[in-house]
Design a protein around this ligand. Structure first.
Ligand code: EPZ
Length: 407
C-alpha cells in the first residue's frame, strides 16, 4: 500500500500559497473532499486554483486575488478553512473569515488564533459570526505571543500572518507537529525567514515577498499509523506501507513496538506482520511527539481484541469518544469514563450497522468491521472520504473485502 500525501500538512501549504507573488505548485496533494472544499474557499478570493489529480499536483495563483473573504457556508464544512485568516492577513493585511463551527466531539475554540493575531498587531473584531481582521496600513508589525495550550492550528495561522509582517514575530509554546515543520520548511524555500520550527519557539523575520515556485507535501502520518494498527489487529496480516516518513510518527512507533508485531522499517517502507495475539497496551495522547489524538480511536478499536484490560486517555480532546457506543454495537467490551475509555479486551466482534460521526471514528469502525464476524455496514462514510484517499481500494488490495454502497 502506498501512503498518500498528508491532509493536515497540505491544507496549511494551500493557505500559504496565497502569500506568494505568483503561482505556487504543491506536489503530493491527496484527492480528498477536504482538499476540494479548501480549493473552493481559496477560489472565493479570486485566486486561480488548478488541481491535476493524475499528478496529484495543485497550483494556486494568488495574483488575481481581490476578495479577502472566507464565507460561512464553506468554512462550516471544514474548520481548517480558518487558516484563511492568517493567509489573508499576511497577504493583504485584512480578512473577513467566518468563525468555524464546533465538531462532533467538542467546541474547538479559536481564541489562541485571535489573541495571537492581536499580539502581532492586528485589530480583530467580530461581526455576525465573522472575524474581521485588519493590519495597520495593511501590513502587520509583528510581535510575540505565548500560547497555552500548544495549538497546531493557531501555530499555522500565526506563521501565515507573520511571514510577510514588517518586523519580527515570536511564537512561544508553539506546536511542534510535522505539519508545522513542513509548512515552515516549504515557506523558507520560497523566501520566508522562519527559524525554530519543530521546537517550542518559532521566530519569523518578516519579509517583503514570498516567491512563486514549487513546494512538496509530506506523507500522511495519521494514515500511516492507521494502517499499521489495522495490520496489527488482523491475524495473519503482512502489510508493507510505501512512501512513509516514520520520523513523523514521533513516539507512536515505540508504543507500537509493545504490540510485538513483526515491524521492519527500511527507509520509506514500513512492514507490519501481525502477531498471534494482541497484548493490552494502554496509551495517553499528547502533543507531538506524543501519541497523536488522531490515532486514539484506531488504537482503542484494536485494544477491544487484546488479551487483557487496557485504557485509552485523550488529553487533547476529552470528548473524542463518539466511536465507543458504535463499537459496543459490534460486541466490544469497553466503557468511557470522562476522557478515558476502559477496554476489557477479549471481544469477539460481530457485524452490525454502525454510524460514523467523524473522520477518525469512521475509519475505526471500518477496521472493527474487518475484525468482526459477518458483515458490518458503516453509515455516513462521507466522514471517511474527508481524510482517507480510496480507503477501500487500499485495504481490499491487501485482503480486505469492502464494498461501497451508493447511499
Ligand atoms: C489539528 O486540529 C488537526 N487538524 C486535528 O486533526 C488534530 O486532531 C489536532 O490538530 C490535534 O493534533 C488539522 O490539522 C486540519 P489544536 P486543530 O488547535 O489545529 C485547544 C483530523 O482528524 N485550542 O492543536 O484544530 C483545542 O480545544 C483532525 O485530521 C484552544 O483552546 O487542533 C484542543 O484541546 C481532527 N484554543 C487543543 O488546543 C484555540 O484557539 C489542540 O487543538 C485552539 C485550540
Amino acid at each position: 500500500m502506498t501512503i498518500s500525501g498528508s491532509k493536515n500538512a497540505a491544507l496549511p501549504l494551500m493557505a500559504a500559497a496565497l502569500l506568494a507573488d505568483g503561482p505556487v505548485t504543491i506536489n503530493n496533494v491527496p484527492i480528498l473532499n477536504d482538499i476540494f472544499t479548501f480549493n473552493k474557499v481559496i477560489a472565493e478570493t479570486g485566486a486561480k486554483v488548478s488541481y491535476d489529480k493524475e499528478e496529484q499536483k495543485l497550483t494556486i495563483d494568488p495574483t488575481s486575488m481581490d476578495n479577502y473573504v472566507a464565507p460561512y457556508d464553506l468554512v462550516r464544512k471544514m474548520r481548517a478553512s480558518f487558516y484563511m485568516t492568517g493567509a489573508l492577513l499576511g497577504a493583504a493585511g485584512h480578512a473577513r473569515v467566518s468563525l468555524p463551527g464546533g465538531c462532533a466531539w467538542g467546541p474547538r475554540p479559536v481564541n489562541l488564533h485571535l489573541e495571537g493575531f492581536r499580539a502581532f498587531g492586528a485589530e480583530i473584531e467580530m461581526d455576525g459570526g465573522y472575524v474581521i481582521a485588519r493590519a495597520p496600513n495593511d501590513r502587520l508589525p509583528g510581535g510575540s505571543f505565548t500560547m497555552s495550550p500548544s495549538s497546531v492550528g493557531a501555530t499555522v495561522n500565526l506563521v501565515l500572518a507573520a511571514v510577510r509582517a514588517k518586523g519580527r514575530s515570536v511564537i512561544r509554546n508553539a506546536a511542534m507537529e510535522p505539519d508545522v515543520v513542513n509548512l515552515c520548511e516549504n515557506l523558507n524555500t520560497l523566501g520566508a525567514r522562519i527559524s525554530g520550527a519543530g521546537t517550542p519557539v518559532i521566530t519569523i523575520e518578516g519579509t517583503d515577498s514570498i516567491r512563486a515556485g514549487t513546494i512538496s507535501n509530506t506523507p500522511d502520518r495519521i494514515e500511516t499509523g492507521t494502517f499499521m494498527i489495522a495490520a496489527a489487529m488482523l491475524p495473519g496480516s503482512d502489510v508493507t506501507l510505501k512512501n512513509t516518513l516514520e520520523s513523523d510518527l514521533g513516539s507512536f512507533t515505540d508504543t507500537f513496538r509493545k504490540l510485538q508485531t513483526g515491524l521492519e522499517i527500511t527507509g520509506d517502507t514500513i512492514r507490519v506482520r501481525a502477531a498471534d495475539r494482541i497484548p493490552p497496551v494502554s496509551i495517553e495522547t499528547a502533543i507531538y511527539p506524543g501519541f497523536p489524538t488522531d490515532l486514539q480511536a484506531q488504537w482503542a478499536t484494536m485494544m477491544t481484541l487484546a488479551g487483557g484490560k487496557s485504557t485509552v486517555t485523550d488529553h487533547i480532546y476529552p470528548d473524542r469518544f463518539s466511536y465507543v457506543p458504535e463499537l459496543v454495537r459490534l460486541g466490544a467490551d469497553l466503557e468511557r469514563r470522562d476522557n478515558i475509555v476502559v477496554i476489557r479486551g477479549r471481544s469477539q466482534l460481530k457485524g452490525a450497522s454502525v454510524m460514523s460521526t467523524d473522520l477518525r471514528a469512521s475509519v475505526s469502525l471500518v477496521m472493527a468491521g474487518l475484525a468482526a464476524q459477518g458483515e458490518t455496514e458503516v453509515l455516513r462514510v462521507y466522514h471517511l472520504d474527508r481524510g482517507y484517499e480510496r480507503l477501500e481500494n487500499k485495504l481490499n488490495a491487501v485482503g480486505a473485502r469492502i464494498r461501497r454502497i451508493a447511499e
